[in-house]
Design a protein around this ligand. Structure first.
Ligand SMILES: Nc1nc2c(ncn2[C@@H]2O[C@H](COP(=O)(O)OP(=O)(O)OP(=O)(O)O)[C@@H](O)[C@H]2O)c(=O)[nH]1
Ligand SMILES: [Mg+2]
Length: 371
């Protein structure tokens, strides 16, 4: 995956399907939605990976793109029209990337497309399969696409979204996944492509699964992922935090988490918490001007104390009935850190504040390297 697209090399057949890019997606009303005082901007100058959303007609590609990147309520996707041209969606966030939403009827395996150009700057192929429909034809197309990718750019991550699973029982979901994996493995083996690694995700726009799947897809494209995980591991162990997520606020994709296993409920509650904070900020937000942020040294002197600790402006806390605490801290315009911890751990607020600041500064250095 390398930066920039190469439209001049696309031949007529592909250009015919292209749509001019829409303006880049930005954080919603950035002046109000906060997340703007932190020192880190984003990974400037880093490659802008391309994600291709492909699959049969009506499989749900545009719905996924609209729900994840435009905050469209899932029920409104019922009124989406069929895509006729490739929709290029530049996403400007902590990491710039672009999503290309393909029309279902496009057959780029017909020999006239410049597949070399199409796949050359691509980071991931997201192939969407409607699990509520017959999927044999979709699988045939998927296998042809994988074969083409192997020929042109085998470094592309192949992600299969077994989609619309909201209508299926748990047993049926797993049976469907097993069947799709088996058929794909067999078919690829017959094609002599047994070593190809494919990731499968069960998804629906009606719950958090689509955000979780997208998080995993994006994480694989982040060169800094290992470092981010290490930083989060350090934070978690120093402050006795149960789980910590670094979220992209606009899309609710989590960019990284500590290395303890992710359970869906933790992810869901953190994701819902972002919605609550953003909604409140939207209504009651105020211009905070320049924030006075303590230096690490200043904060260090208050480590261990809890009485004289006041919640920094860029934070929010929610205590849950079960004795757990949700703590959100904005890192910058795009990113927020959300931690789940026990009440007792949260009482050591000076310690938390100090460690979060250390974490924030380390993050800045990590991203600085890629500017
Ligand atoms: N039940 C359910 N329906 C979904 C889901 N995602 C999308 N849909 C529905 O699937 C239908 C088709 O969605 P689109 O997003 O237009 O499909 P598409 O793949 O972009 O179709 P083309 O543009 O024709 O290729 C819409 O009615 C959506 O509401 C889902 O997760 N669950
Ligand atoms: Mg579409």
């Amino acid at each position: 995956m390398t930066g920039g697209s190469r439209p001049q090399k696309l031949n007529y057949s592909l250009e015919r399907w292209m749509q001019d890019p829409s303006p880049p997606l930005q954080s919603p009303t950035p002046s109000k939605v906060s997340m703007q005082n932190g020192p880190i901007s984003r990974v400037r100058g880093a490659p802008r990976p391309r994600l291709l959303l492909q699959g049969q007609r009506r499989s749900g590609k545009s719905s996924i793109s609209s729900v994840v990147f435009h905050k469209m309520p899932p029920t409104e996707t019922l009124f989406l029209e069929s895509t006729t041209r490739i929709q290029k969606e530049p996403v400007n966030s902590f990491m710039d990337f672009q999503v290309w939403d393909f029309p279902g009827q496009i057959d780029y395996n017909d020999g006239t497309f410049d597949l070399e150009a199409l796949f050359s700057d691509t980071g991931a192929l997201i192939y969407v399969i409607d699990a509520q429909d017959e999927y044999l034809e979709a699988l045939t197309r998927l296998h042809q696409t994988i074969e083409a990718i192997q020929r042109h750019n085998p470094a592309i991550n192949i992600e299969v979204f077994i989609h619309k699973v909201d209508g299926l029982s748990d047993d049926f979901k797993l049976d469907t996944q097993r069947d799709i994996v088996q058929r794909t493995t067999d078919e690829l083996a017959d094609m002599g492509l047994d070593g190809v690694h494919i990731n499968y995700h069960l998804t629906s726009i009606y719950d958090h699964s689509i955000f979780e799947a997208f998080s995993k897809v994006i994480q694989k494209l982040l060169p800094e992922l290992g470092t981010l995980e290490n930083l989060l591991n350090g934070l978690v162990s120093n402050c006795r935090i149960e789980k910590a997520f670094l979220f992209d606020v606009l899309s609710k994709i989590y960019v990284a988490t500590d290395s303890s296993p992710v359970d869906v409920q933790s992810y869901e509650i953190c994701s819902d918490y972002i919605d609550v904070v953003l909604d409140m900020t939207e209504i009651y937000g105020y211009d905070r001007g320049e924030l006075e942020v303590n230096t690490v040294e200043e904060t260090k002197s208050s480590v261990g104390s809890s009485e004289d600790w006041s919640l920094p402006d860029q934070s929010s806390v929610m205590k849950l009935q079960n004795g757990m605490v949700l703590f959100l801290r904005e890192i910058n315009k795009f990113l927020a850190l959300i931690c789940i911890m026990r009440k007792e751990s949260f009482e050591k607020r000076g310690l938390i504040d100090y460690n979060v600041q250390v974490f924030q500064q380390a993050l800045e250095k990590v991203f600085e390297l890629h500017r």
